[in-house]
Design a protein around this ligand. Structure first.
Ligand code: GLC
Length: 476
């Protein structure tokens, strides 16, 4: 199959979150299965390391309509992990100093990118059977396709899959953007409009051939107003074309046997290195050595990750005998709270404000338990990475957390779960984990099961291929 995977970020070149992991690892798995999957992302000149910039080869350039203007777009390519990547270059839109997103003109930047992806297909020698577009930044790809490209002789017959990684971020802007900035004629206003705004994601939901989400449970949850951030009304009649496949992780990138970022490598049969990782982690974050269980968290510090629950019972967690190591940044109320807790419990709490990829890996490898009490979690990758490093997840049963972690009360358990969004239910799960931790034989068995759990892309890549084939009517 020929697949173009369009995303606003992709590992290893440009990343701000889980989307980049998926865009870097799913196409790689598709290529390993023998398919021609290619990735297209913006060329973020300032956010990409020199190492990647040096690899790029210039292909061509073309012009892209953006409202009433016509904008330059350069096309570069590189082969990374055996996958062909395309980089769309326009320095006015993508040469920025403060990360990938969050600029006043994001709507225009990604409208440009989305249209440029389609214009690119007119000039390169690759016609995908499927374009898989991801999240609001790429939501206008299926939309523009349906408006302006479906009858183009070079693009005719392509099927559009739209993947929702997080329904909270929809690309919502004032209606005044419609013609001027997005270049969408007035007679399409009803398609673009939702609750009196332009809504990129809603329009993609309307026109795409299939909508996928990143776990089966989330594929149900988004029909429920508690999770949908208002979009359940747009999804209402779209069950027939919606499904959810659990993400995998890149098992080469996250491998305790070879990871150069951790203090000592280890495997499921030779776990001694994990103990070294724990003690080194404590040393690095300035906590005293010791046998107490270490509870790790690596997360954006935002409400939907469940931090109000953590705040509510934090003292109780410490009283259970835990050391807590936190890495993340986000809302100031949570940053301040963890600064305070570090001050209050200097021998028990370490907090690093920011995002440090190597420290993240040291926490995955060195902690004993990993806490993710999310209010909602479309898939979540950290719990899978934690398992791979023998760190036991404690999670709320929602979205991909419910689909990936089996509670230890059940056969083959790999973690501790709780259902209601309630601080004391979470605390009880944390307590059960601690009780097991001190029973060394049981804990060792649990860590073995965790490390053996398979979250590679093998299974899910097959599901995507099945879906692509069904849409393209391809039986190769
Ligand atoms: C988003 C979701 C997260 C998911 C990731 C990759 O970041 O919030 O749950 O794992 O996308 O699909």
């Amino acid at each position: 199959m020929r697949i173009l995977y369009a995303a606003s970020e992709a590992q290893p070149v440009a990343a701000s979150g889980g989307l980049a992991d998926v865009a870097g690892s799913l196409p790689k798995a598709l290529v390993e299965e023998g398919h021609d999957a290619r990735v297209v992302i913006p060329y973020y000149v300032n956010s990409m390391k020199q190492q990647w910039r040096d690899m790029l080869t210039y292909v061509t350039n073309f012009y892209v309509p953006v409202g009433w203007r016509s904008q330059y777009c350069g096309l570069f390519t590189a082969k990374i992990n055996n996958v062909t990547y395309y980089f769309l270059d326009n320095e006015y839109y993508f040469r920025r100093d403060f990360g990938l997103y969050g600029y006043y003109d994001d709507a225009e930047r990604y409208a440009f990118f989305s249209r440029a992806v389609l214009e690119m297909l007119k000039v390169i020698d690759f016609k995908p059977q499927i374009i898989n577009s991801n999240d609001w930044q790429c939501a206008l790809i299926p939309v523009y396709y349906s408006m302006f490209y479906k009858n183009d002789s070079k693009l005719w017959g392509i099927k559009n899959v739209f993947t929702i990684h997080n329904i909270q971020y929809q690309g919502r802007y004032g209606m005044e953007l419609l013609q001027d900035v997005l270049g969408i004629p007035k007679h399409f206003a009803a398609l673009m409009e939702y609750d009196k705004d332009v809504n990129f994601m809603k329009a993609a939901i309307e026109v795409s051939d299939k909508i996928t989400t990143v776990s089966p449970t989330y594929a149900h949850e988004i029909f429920n107003p508690w999770f949908s951030h208002g979009l359940d009304r747009a999804l209402k009649d779209k069950q027939y074309k919606t499904c959810g496949f659990l993400n995998g992780i890149d098992t080469d990138m996250y491998n305790p046997a070879t990871d150069p970022a951790i203090a000592q490598n280890f495997t499921v049969t030779r776990k001694a290195g994990k103990k070294v990782c724990t003690q080194k982690l404590l040393e690095e974050v300035g906590l005293p050595a010791g046998e107490e269980p270490v509870l790790g968290m690596v997360s954006r510090l935002v409400e939907h990750k469940g931090f109000d629950l953590v705040k509510r019972v934090f003292d109780d967690i410490i009283n259970l005998g835990y050391k807590v190591v936190i890495l993340g940044s986000g809302e100031s109320q949570y940053e301040q709270f963890f600064h305070e807790m570090r001050w209050k419990y200097p021998h028990r709490v370490a907090f690093t404000c920011g995002y440090v990829p190597d420290l993240a890996k040291k926490i995955y490898a060195g902690a004993n338990m990993f806490l993710m009490p999310s209010k909602s979690e479309p898939c979540g990758l950290a719990q899978m990475i934690a398992l791979r490093y023998g760190t036991i997840p404690i999670v709320r049963k929602t979205g991909g957390l419910a689909d990936s972690i089996i509670d230890c009360g059940d056969e083959g358990g790999t973690g501790y779960t709780f259902q209601s969004y309630n601080a004391h239910d979470m605390l009880y799960a944390i307590q059960r984990a601690k009780d097991c931790y001190w029973n060394k034989t049981e804990w060792n068995k649990l860590v073995t099961r965790a490390m053996k759990a398979d979250f590679s892309w093998k299974q899910s890549a097959k599901l995507y291929i099945g879906l692509y084939r069904e849409l393209a009517g391809d039986s190769d």
